[in-house]
Design a protein around this ligand. Structure first.
Ligand code: NAP
Ligand code: HSE
Length: 428
């Protein structure tokens, strides 16, 4: 029997306990598939006394994840603690410095330190695998690095935060406002400890930046992702979007243009009957377009114990098989610094604003839009909310610059009350 691949697992929470569970339940299957046993030798968490529903007695315990990462009986360090820096980063660096491969689900750490860690790994002949960091159980990292390696990738987009998709779909189904559904999601334990990571679009932005690095051969550049969360999406916008055949999704889009790399994560309207429009609850979807393959749509659970542990174990099995691929699908030194570009491709926009209900108000708005070169496709006034009239406008395709030019001039009309809402319409 070949030597086992020996795992040191740091973090025994939702994901870590799931990984240990698979290792214990499916030991024979894993060994058969990998061609060698996969053995957990040591584990680490903060609280040794916590009952995790697992028999951990066969594993060595380390209070310090850095010590775990350095143990001579650990071949692969599995980082499942989370956090951009702190213990996760220190232990990952220690493992790489010791020449050990790392498997992690930590998108925050890789989004902020991915390039440096990839270089550190390669300097020691190690690799970092991170399938579970993006879209949970969906094997999208594998699809991009392996299945589509022969393609020029033209665009990657998707819904990559299940909590936001849950909130948006629940708002539509229940008719409840954002604040109430947010509170429900909190009570259900769906939100990250810092909810802004979810609803501020940061978690999804981390994931998009990792996919963009693989897809376009650039250094991870999370700081260049144009980020807008879902906190300003109102039930009114969701209702009106539905009435016009659209749904609102927190959509990430990354594409390489002649001007540079566009990365944006923001609420968008998508056609209700499109695959993205049909996506319900906490599910994720990633759409990839390649020059030869055309369009691929991947859909599945983006979080949760089973799906995320499934992705971690797939990386572990690859390493056990001896399959090694550079962290971002090509040598770290060959990744080009990203040249960020603001999204300038024209798109249609949904606009909602409240107008003072008096003759000529709509004409003034139309004139400002027209002067900025923004053409109106559809416009309607729905109901009355004395003393204002809520108005919806769908524009023809226009650039964000032209739209912004109009938006800054609307207050001077003296008929617009409050700030207009502008949401991009993405045709998928
Ligand atoms: P979690 O349930 O909060 O578990 C974190 C684990 O790390 C706990 O066992 C904790 O110990 C341990 N830990 C934290 N700080 C530590 C330290 N300084 N030293 C030793 N152990 C420490 O987190 P999770 O949901 O499993 O997430 C783990 C990672 O997977 C994160 O990077 C997350 O972003 C990523 N991820 C999670 C999901 C998901 O569905 N949960 C999906 C995709 C990716 P105690 O148990 O003793 O407190
Ligand atoms: N908070 C994340 C989500 C967890 O809701 O998708 C998985 O990364």
């Amino acid at each position: 029997m070949p030597d086992p691949l020996r795992l040191g697992i740091a973090g025994l929470g939702t994901v870590g306990a799931g990984v240990v569970g698979i290792a214990l339940r499916h030991a024979e299957l894993l060994a058969a598939r990998a061609g060698r046993p996969i053995a957990v030798t040591a584990v680490s968490a903060r609280d040794r006394t916590r009952d995790r529903g697992l028999d951990l007695s066969a594993f060595a315990w380390e209070d310090d994840p850095v010590a775990l990462a350095r143990r001579p009986d650990v071949d692969v360090f599995v980082e499942l603690m989370g956090g951009e820096g702190g213990a996760a980063l220190a232990a990952t660096e220690a493992a790489l410095a010791a020449g050990k491969d790392v498997v992690t689900a930590n998108k925050a750490m890789l989004a902020h330190h991915g390039q440096r860690l990839a270089e550190a790994a390669e300097a020691r002949g190690a690799v970092i695998r991170f399938e579970a960091a993006v879209a949970g159980g969906i094997p999208v990292v594998k699809v991009l690095t392996e299945g589509l390696a022969g393609n020029v990738i033209t665009r990657v987009m998707g819904v990559m935060n299940g909590t936001c998709n849950y909130i948006l779909t629940r708002m539509e189904a229940s008719g409840l406002p954002y604040a109430e559904v947010f509170a429900e999601a909190d009570a259900l334990g769906y939100l990250e400890a810092d909810p802004n990571l979810d609803v501020g679009g940061i978690d999804a932005g981390h994931k998009l930046s990792l996919l963009a690095a693989i897809a376009f051969g650039t250094q991870v550049s999370f700081s260049e992702v144009e980020l807008e969360g879902i906190g300003a999406v109102t039930i009114e916008d969701i209702r009106q979007a539905a009435d016009m055949g659209f749904r609102i999704k927190l959509l990430g889009v990354a594409q390489m243009t002649g001007r540079g790399l566009e990365q944006r994560m923001s609420p968008c309207l998508v056609p209700a009957d499109s695959p993205l429009g049909q996506l319900q609850g906490g599910t994720n979807m990633v759409v990839i377009e390649g020059d030869s393959v055309g369009q691929l749509v991947l859909r599945g659970a983006g979080a949760g114990r089973g799906p995320t542990a499934s992705a971690v174990m797939a990386d572990v099995i690859d390493l056990a098989r001896g399959f090694r691929v550079s962290t971002f699908g090509r040598p770290a030194a060959s990744l080009a610094p990203a040249r960020p570009a603001r999204a300038t491709a024209p798109a249609a926009y949904y606009l909602r604003m409240a107008l003072i209900d008096k003759p000529g108000a709509l004409a003034k708005v139309a004139a400002v839009l027209g002067d900025a070169g923004v053409s109106i496709d559809r416009m309607r006034q729905y109901g009355h909310a004395e003393p204002t009239a809520p108005v919806l406008i769908v524009t023809h395709k226009t650039t964000r610059d032209a739209l912004d030019h109009a938006l800054v001039r609307l207050p001077a009309t003296g008929v617009v009350v409050g700030s207009p809402v502008a949401i991009r319409i993405e045709v998928v």
